[in-house]
Design a protein around this ligand. Sequence first.
Ligand code: 13P
Ligand code: SF4
Length: 348
Amino acid sequence: DMSREEMRERVLEIKRKLGADLFIPGHHYQKDEVIEFADATGDSLQLAQAAANTTASFIVFCGVHFMAETADILTKENQVVILPDLRAGCSMADMADIHQTERAWEKLQQIFGDTMLPLTYVNSTAAIKAFCGERGGATVTSSNAHKMVSWAFTQKERILFLPDQHLGRNTAFDLGIPLEEMAVWNPITDELEFSGDPSTVKVILWKGHCSVHEKFTVDNIRQIRTEKPDMSIIVHPECTREVVEQSDLAGSTKYIIDMINGAPSGSKWAIGTEMNLVNRIIQAHQDKEIVSLNPNMCPCLTMNRIDLPHLLWALESIEEGNVINRISVEDAVAKNAVFALERMLANA
Ligand code: 13P
Ligand code: SF4
């Protein structure tokens, strides 16, 4: 068995050998032992842009499945995208499957006719992206959601926002749409959750959520406000409306990093986002007092499946000329999904 140190040496050796033929993007929520080897780190928008621009033959994606799919869609036929552990999925993306979505669309059209534009958070399967792309819609990430939702309303009267109800609600609310004009589509019961007159609905939110960000609660906020009244609370918009409302600031992964980077020495922060990132921010800012908003921390279990042994396994498979875990989106899906992604990249 190899020691950790030997594994690190091997990873570096293969990286040296492959040179510019290899590109390792690493999402901010990845473990330190993986981020250490990333050629680019970023949030999901930055990594999609990086994937669209790389000329490397092999892209070993340190992130989750939907990100690797996006990279495959945005790269050329002869570029190979690898996900070091195929079990690195996303529970939020799993909350909207294409059959549920097609069913929902049909039922919603009976209520709203042809007035809706579908938008999907990039945290979704390639099939959902294709569904949106085919209907004039687009993908969004947490860092361009405001722009994309505003754009959507230049196209249609209403939007269907998949699969994260919280990002959809928080974004629409910021844009001045009252909560009373937002309905929720429940994909389990196939029903619209809305009690008023449907003609007043502006936004239909898919009833999905991120199991990591839902763990930050108003109780956590109350506790910080009581114990550390001078601490600023900053959260990701995948947190619930109540949590975002009671926080001082809310924004994407990149926004959170930029805010802390720009904050004065001695400032105090409670951060509501994934644990690996919060820990790295704490390490990098020893001059500030920083804690996780939820004292139990909140790991994303699927992000954490990518570890040093899996990264090495993926790299060795390239070296041996027999790649494992290739992510390849079928052409029929990719060709429509790319419309949705390109509309986003053009507007972002
Ligand atoms: P961003 O990278 O867009 O901030 O998204 C956070 C996330 O949950 C990724 O899975
Ligand atoms: Fe999915 Fe949430 Fe994990 Fe991001 S943090 S990959 S949205 S479960």
